[in-house]
Design a protein around this ligand. Structure first.
Ligand SMILES: Cc1ncc(C[n+]2csc(CCOP(=O)(O)OP(=O)(O)O)c2C)c(N)n1
Ligand code: SF4
Ligand SMILES: [Mg+2]
Length: 299
């Protein structure tokens, strides 16, 4: 396990971006770039990450960033890689696609699925703030049950789709979940993915103060609660082998998990939920962890 002293001092994001205070996505991006280093080209669809990069003529990162239309992230990564291969540079330069949950689970899923099916040698990272935040908090396919958004004012009536599982079903060599509140785990996973050939997929919980309804100072607390309640298990699937990550390991024991209410009540987006939805989450978490237990025990 890496410790904080192992993180490179070099920053690839300049100070003073246009992201909100306490943005989980900005932290995820900063740590991922530290793991991948300067020889990285990023492709980004419309999202809060576009806004972080700044207006035409400015860029808040030291590395090259390509802004691609919403639906095309996987296809643009394939194109960037083909160009690098043509120049014999593909072994030296990492291709990184970085997209929000709307851009991944909804509008970009087709291009991503195609790139994964072709075995494109790149990393695709979805930062999941569980709604379309940049355009004012509309529901996405990754918004959880009961969440109030501008398009679900009474709370979303279905739960989020399981994107890591969908990517796992493509048979790619690396799938990982991560969480902005566990930057060292995130760093280690990006380092590992960098050395694996083929399509690597990350699904990263990205707390968002304005969209989720909590104070910017609480981003780490909220992210940690997602892990501690069992809502967001951290794991890797490497060449089909399932591995629970260290920060989540102890939650294999149900008695160690905090009640899901602690997570739900800390965020205004869940303010309209009733006991039925709380019960749904208890069952959802229990079922998810039984499946994880089965996978851990059957390796
Ligand atoms: C084809 C197309 N449709 C809609 C938009 C408007 N749009 C820009 S960003 C965005 C939200 C993106 O949501 P997500 O991918 O979850 O990223 P986040 O904003 O949450 O970071 C939308 C709908 C667009 N730019 N292009
Ligand atoms: S709206 Fe949320 S995801 Fe977007 S920049 Fe602000 S904190 Fe980050
Ligand atoms: Mg989003």
């Amino acid at each position: 396990m890496v410790n904080v002293m192992d993180l490179p001092e070099e920053e690839f994001i300049y100070p003073g971006t246009r992201a909100c205070a306490g943005c989980g996505m900005a932290l995820i991006y900063r740590i991922a770039l530290k793991a991948l280093g300067a020889k990285t080209i990023v492709t980004v669809p419309a999202s809060c990450l576009t806004v972080l990069h700044g207006m035409q003529g400015f860029c808040s990162t030291k590395i090259s960033v390509y802004h691609t239309p919403f639906a095309t992230t996987g296809a643009s990564a394939s194109g960037i890689l083909a160009s690098l291969e043509d120049q014999d540079l593909a072994d030296e330069v990492n291709v990184l696609a970085f997209a929000g949950d709307g851009g991944t689970t909804d509008i970009g899923i087709q291009a991503l699925s195609g790139a994964a099916e072709r075995g494109t040698n790149f990393i695709y990272a979805c930062y999941d703030n569980e709604a379309y935040m940049n355009t004012g908090v509309q529901r996405s396919g990754s918004t959880p049950l009961g969440v109030q958004t501008t398009t679900t004012p009474e709370g979303k009536d279905v739960n989020k789709k399981n994107m890591p599982k969908i990517l796992e079903a493509h048979g790619i060599p690396y799938v990982a979940t991560a969480n902005a509140a566990y930057p060292l785990d995130l760093f280690e996973k990006f380092k590992r993915a960098k050395d694996i050939s083929g399509t690597k997929y990350f699904h990263i919980l990205s707390p968002c103060p304005p969209g989720w309804g909590y104070e910017p100072k609480d981003t780490m607390m909220i992210g940690r609660l997602a892990n501690e309640t069992g809502f967001w298990p951290l794991y890797e699937v490497i060449n089909g082998k399932f591995e629970i990550s260290k920060p989540s390991k102890k939650y294999l024991d149900q008695s160690k998990r905090k009640p899901i209410k602690a997570y739900l009540e800390a965020q205004k987006r869940f303010r309209s939920i009733d006991e039925k939805i709380v019960h749904f989450y208890e069952e959802y978490i229990s079922k998810m962890w039984n499946e994880i237990k089965g996978r851990v025990e059957n390796q």
